[in-house]
Design a protein around this ligand. Structure first.
Ligand code: TXA
Ligand code: MG
Length: 344
């Protein structure tokens, strides 16, 4: 199969994408977070193609994307006031809300869960595609399962060339990490995955917010967890990734003294001069965490190279969007962290 790449501003792009979705085909769609691999979320056979193309475990449910916030009720029941409030404030945007699923949603979309994850993305072309297709679009991040997410059309082409009919190209993703996921099916809202809408923003609206343990620790692959996707090693290049924490100077001293050929350094822009003998790769500025989130996956994909044996990575601290960057990088590192302050 030939994979076409259509620019979002090309006339007829949304119509072509919607037509393919209606015919049960896969279309890679841009969003503000990452590129998704989309299919008609109510069509079991189409959804099955997503799992096959990604090599995705069957127990990992998909997010349904809607064109307009008021479509939420078509997919969910028992929608609490807090969901409307979040939708009003943050949709369209990088927030996914988990609620009880209506029966129209096939089991393969929710991986058999009684709940469904819904998001209204902040991307004009994709909302137009969803509108024209007349159906919610199931879309995981378009990367092959386990690999770093796709933040450009080229990333998608690298993973799926010849396997899907169409990629809609809307340039690099603005946010760069996947949406925040909040579960509203229990008494207290639960953060299942941090993202572009920060924990601070959520708490301001919701008051209480439990941070699920899958956000902060490695989860056993057989464990029963709220967001099944969070237990898999994720977002990772094929080599070992080690986070080196601590001050700039201590981290540089540690990394420079342990660096051997085959290693790479992933650091903040401000730190490049400290690693001049280690061919460092930067993913953004520590002073502007949004550049780190926008650049992280492209950098991790670049490091996904058989010649790279080990990556020493610098990770931002603190809240806001930096919290989401920490989460992705820690998962890529399977939570392997060396504290350079503690090492002599
Ligand atoms: O930003 C995003 O959310 C991107 C773009 C394409 O919208 N999509 C995305 O999908 O990141 P995916 O499949 O890569 O991640 C979805 C996560 C998985 O960890 C999955 O387990 C979780 O959402 N999830 C889906 N449905 C769920 C549900 N009903 N309950 C709890 N977690 C759910
Ligand atoms: Mg994903």
């Amino acid at each position: 199969m030939e994979t076409r790449v259509l620019s979002a501003d090309q006339p007829g792009c949304a119509e072509a994408a919607a037509k393919l979705l209606q015919a049960g085909e896969l279309v890679a769609i841009p969003t503000e977070t990452v590129y998704g691999l989309g299919a008609n979320g109510l069509d079991e056979a189409a959804v099955a193609k997503i799992f096959k193309a990604k090599g995705r475990p069957q127990d990992n449910p998909l997010i349904l994307h809607i064109a307009d916030p008021d479509q939420l009720e078509l997919l969910c029941h028992h929608v609490p006031e807090s969901a409307y409030l979040l939708a009003k404030l943050f949709w369209p945007g990088p927030l996914t809300i988990v609620l009880p699923a209506r029966d129209i949603i096939p089991k393969c979309t929710t991986a058999g869960l009684p709940t469904v994850a819904v998001r209204c993305p902040d991307c004009e072309i994709t909302r137009q595609i969803i509108r024209l297709s007349g159906t919610p679009v199931a879309a995981p991040s378009a990367n092959l399962s386990g690999k770093p997410s796709t933040t450009t059309a080229e990333h998608v082409l690298n993973d799926h060339s010849g396997k899907i009919p169409l990629i809609v190209d809307d340039g690099p993703c603005r946010v760069g990490v996947e949406s925040t996921i909040v579960d509203l099916t229990e008494n207290t809202p639960r953060l299942l995955r941090p993202g572009g809408i920060t924990p601070e923003q959520l708490k301001e609206v919701l008051g209480d917010l439990i941070v699920d343990k899958a956000v902060t620790a490695q989860i056993d692959k057989d464990a029963v967890v709220k967001a099944p996707g969070m237990k898999y090693r994720h977002y990772a290049p094929q080599c070992q990734v080690i986070i080196v924490a601590g001050s700039r100077e201590r981290a540089a001293a540690y990394i420079n003294s342990h660096f051997v050929p085959g290693d790479r350094v992933l650091c903040f822009e401000e730190e490049l001069p400290l690693y001049k003998d280690c061919s460092p790769l930067t993913y953004g500025s520590e002073a502007d965490a949004a550049t780190l989130s926008a650049g992280l996956f492209a950098a991790l994909r670049q490091l996904d190279d058989p010649r790279v044996q080990r990556v020493f990575a610098r990770c931002p601290t603190g809240g806001g969007i930096a919290y989401a960057v920490q989460n992705r990088l820690k998962k890529a590192a399977a939570f392997q962290i060396i504290d350079a302050e503690a090492v002599v």
